[in-house]
Ligand binder design. Structure first.
Ligand code: ATP
Ligand code: CA
Ligand code: CA
Length: 435
């Protein structure tokens, strides 16, 4: 598949960063995965492994094009997480580092994070703030336990936590996570839902310019939309969401949202690559701002690099892979290929998503891609930001940072409303009034 966008050569401002991120991932992930699997220990959650890359290289670290330092956090924990999420190690490295192509989102949200997509759109690299990084390390054990207990969790799937540092540059922390949206299906509408109405409106007038923009709570309500799920699917979804939100509350997390991507089966794929990039590269964040075309970071690896990568991959494929708990064998790489169905994962069972169904369980014409994203904001961080902001702004009502308990309640309330048809919502409201 060809990426459309502005091709950026090696002189691009972020080329070196992107290249170093991928080189670091390639070397550190294959290093960890080459070892025989073992059980995790407490120390694994705190572990960090530092590598210094340079042009010369040594027995442990292959030579790289640039000088940089790379840190791999909790490598064994993430190896196990990837196995729990049933990623194939060779597949993972191939997607990210097979061709050294990343696509960069030009205009990040108000958080300042950058998003990069792997060339096959399966993975997202998100740069995160130091506080988010520290927080993820702190909650890693709870997160790991949660994923073990909840294979169908809707929370972001974290596959790696790393840091790059270039000479004289600042430290850049980043996570690798799942792209909720499938590489092979057009997403016709996207919503980012928090359950709050303040500032949760994408200007409808701008939709003409940017038809695939990420819409928000008020846009959802205005459209009188609902997720059409039969009783059983609705229960599965809400039950899992409750469990996930319970963890977020416990960890004092807030500001997360439910990302909803809708594929209309009738419209199908327009096979319009330009549209596809617009969709993929327009996440928007809190304050979408102007749409900027993506830049594609692209370079053809040298023959030598290719040979080395092929060797590493062959080596990894030969090495024993971790087997997820309750499984008797590990997945074969090509099981994921067609349609990106992920067998065993409830919310990815229909073409990588969750098919809309009527009350009688007959299928409807939409496929939903659902997940809880941006879940690394600790209440402490937001409080500080709010404090700072309030000092600048007179209008204190603009900001409604809720404590995690209330945030979670409001979120769950809103999302369960999202799964109700008009009649159902009215009935529930009447029942509540009567009680
Ligand atoms: P802010 O803190 O301002 O909300 P942020 O930089 O933390 O922004 P996120 O909220 O994580 O960014 O994501 C912004 C947008 O990027 C989302 O609304 C969504 O459109 C897209 N996005 C984020 N994560 C994913 C994902 N895992 N899969 C697909 N799209 C994603
Ligand atoms: Ca967000
Ligand atoms: Ca954020």
């Amino acid at each position: 598949r060809v990426l459309v966008g502005t091709k950026v050569d090696e002189k691009h401002a972020n080329w070196v960063t992107a290249y170093n991120m991928l080189t670091g991932i390639r070397v550190s992930v294959s290093r960890t995965n080459a070892k025989i699997d073992r059980a995790l220990t407490d120390a694994d959650f705190q572990a960090k492994q530092k590598s210094t890359f340079d042009i010369a290289g040594n027995e442990l670290i292959p030579s790289a094009k640039y000088d940089f330092k790379f840190k791999d956090y909790a490598p064994w924990v993430f190896r196990h997480l990837r196995a729990l999420f049933r990623l194939d190690p060779a597949d993972y490295l191939m997607s990210l580092t097979g061709k050294y192509i990343l696509s960069e989102l030009g205009s990040p949200g108000k958080s300042g994070s950058f998003f990069y997509f792997s060339r096959d759109y399966k993975y997202i690299i998100k740069t995160i703030h130091h506080a988010e990084h520290k927080f993820l390390r702190k909650i890693l054990k709870d997160y790991y336990q949660h994923v073990t207990d909840n294979p169908n969790t809707l929370l972001s799937q974290f596959y790696g936590l790393h840091r790059v540092k270039m000479p004289y540059g600042k430290k850049i922390h980043f996570v690798v996570m799942n792209n909720l949206f499938p590489p092979h299906r057009d997403i016709h509408q996207t919503f980012d839902l928090k359950g709050s109405t303040i500032g949760r409106d994408y200007k409808e007038d701008d939709l003409e310019k940017n038809p695939r923009a990420t819409l928000k709570d008020l846009n959802w309500l205005r459209r009188q939309r609902h997720l059409e799920l039969g009783i059983q699917k609705k229960q599965l979804f809400l039950h899992q969401l409750q469990k996930d939100v319970a963890l977020l509350k416990k960890l004092h997390i807030m500001d997360y949202s439910l990302l909803v991507g809708i594929h209309d089966v009738q419209r199908g794929n327009e096979e319009n690559l330009r549209d596809k990039t617009l969709r993929v590269f327009n996440p928007g964040g809190e304050s979408p701002g102007e749409y900027e075309p993506p830049s594609v970071l692209m370079r053809t690896p040298s023959k030598l690099e290719n040979q080395r990568k092929a060797r590493e991959l062959r080596q990894m494929i030969k090495t024993e892979r971790p087997v997820p708990m309750g499984e008797t064998r590990s997945r074969m790489p090509d099981e994921l290929e067609e349609g990106q169905n992920r067998p065993g994962f409830v919310f990815n069972q229909d073409d990588g998503g969750f098919r809309a169904t009527h009350e009688d369980n007959s299928p409807d014409d939409e496929i939903y891609y659902l997940g809880v994203i941006d879940c690394l904001t600790h209440y402490g961080i937001i409080k500080k930001l709010e404090h700072f902001w309030k000092g600048l702004s007179q209008d204190k009502h603009q900001i409604s940072a809720l404590p995690p308990q209330e945030y979670g309640e409001r979120f769950l309330n809103f999302i369960s409303g999202v799964t109700m048809s008009q009649e159902e919502a009215h009935r529930v409201a009447r029942e509540k009034d009567a009680a």
